[in-house]
Design a protein around this ligand. Structure first.
Ligand code: GDP
Length: 318
């Protein structure tokens, strides 16, 4: 498939979030028209608003970067929000796009769609072969439904709707709220605060042994632009970095980047979540795309962003 982005009108939903804002930055390098809409203009949970917006703006392509997202604690504390909001956002956008005759759509999921004990690295085919990790099953079920929606509209109506499954992401505009964030912004904020206050140690949840695969969101956005231009299959495709890192090592790297020399205090009353979650991204790599931003360089870039935006990032997180 050849789908040049030049000249296309692309609606990026969720453009204020970490992923959506990275996609906008990346698409600005293509010769396309980018459409965005704040929540006051279109509330993605409201079907009539989404349908009216798409009928009025008539994009050529829709990217579903909007989602209710959160870390391990948020997911298990707000199951209704995660399941309901994500199902509504994706159902409204996929169906609304179809009604507005939008023939190209990209849906974004997450590596948590895969079974807790899937063989690692996780291949696309392991979807729905076993039970999910309970700490984020609500989000995962919604995201699995999103993949199936794209497949259903492809099958029934011949739509070129595709799904990409990113690994754990980090980058500018991440959520730095300690109760709802993912591990990287949480540790960056905590380590920075410990350095500033001269605290002897910094708290890291769990045992430090779980392994996670991390990708900078600018790499993700680049992979998505690549896929949008040439991928057109029903099967979802993994977008991963290719190697994983124990949480203890991640914490040490962040301490290094921040310049903090205290100790790590593991809080084992907090959950570890799934022991390992690395995806097999061989299919994407075989198409000719590979990531460029290594973890330490990416963390250093995000720390710079955090320092430049910290008062806002911390307040936005309240
Ligand atoms: P997950 O990949 O869905 O489990 O999402 P997270 O990014 O929230 O957590 C990844 C791992 O980092 C888990 O094992 C957490 O227990 C661990 N972790 C360590 N410290 C923290 C922290 O301060 N916040 C978060 N969210 N996770 C932490």
């Amino acid at each position: 498939m050849d789908y040049p982005l030049a000249g296309k009108r692309v609606f990026v939903s969720g453009h204020r979030g970490m992923v959506g804002s990275a996609i906008v930055r990346r698409l600005e390098r293509e010769d396309c028209e980018i459409l965005t809409a704040g929540r006051s203009e279109v509330d993605l949970i409201r079907q009539s608003e989404v349908e009216a917006y798409l009928a009025r703006t008539r994009p050529d392509c829709v990217i579903i970067a909007a989602a209710k997202v959160g870390g391990i604690m948020a997911n298990s504390s707000y199951p209704a929000d995660f399941l309901y909001q994500n199902m509504m956002i994706e159902a409204n956008l996929v169906h609304g796009a179809h009604l507005a005759d939008v023939n190209r759509l990209m849906f974004l999921g997450s590596s948590c769609i895969y079974p807790k004990f899937a063989e690692q690295p996780i291949v696309e085919e392991s979807l729905l072969t076993g039970p999910l990790e309970p700490t984020n099953e609500w989000y995962a079920i919604a995201k699995i439904a999103g993949i199936k929606l794209c497949q259903a509209y492809r099958k029934q109506f011949g739509r070129s709707y595709i799904s990409a499954m990113p690994t754990n992401l980090y980058g500018p505009n991440d959520n730095f709220d300690l109760t709802s964030s993912h591990v990287i912004p949480a540790l960056m904020r905590k380590v920075h605060a410990a350095k500033v206050s001269g605290a002897p140690s910094v708290e890291v949840w769990g045992t430090g042994t779980p392994l996670r695969e991390f990708m900078h969101v600018d790499d993700l956005a680049d992979a998505l632009a690549f896929l949008l231009a040439r991928y057109d299959e029903a099967e979802h495709i993994n977008v991963g970095y290719g190697s994983d890192t124990p949480i203890r090592e991640l914490a040490e790297t962040i301490m290094d980047v921040v310049g903090y020399e205290g100790e790590i205090a593991f809080d084992t009353s907090k959950p570890d979540g799934t022991p390992r979650k690395i995806m097999d991204s061989g299919k994407l790599h075989a198409l000719g795309w590979t990531p460029r931003i290594d973890l330490k360089a990416g963390l250093a870039q995000v720390y710079e962003w955090y320092l430049a935006n910290q008062p806002d990032a911390d307040v936005a997180a309240q």
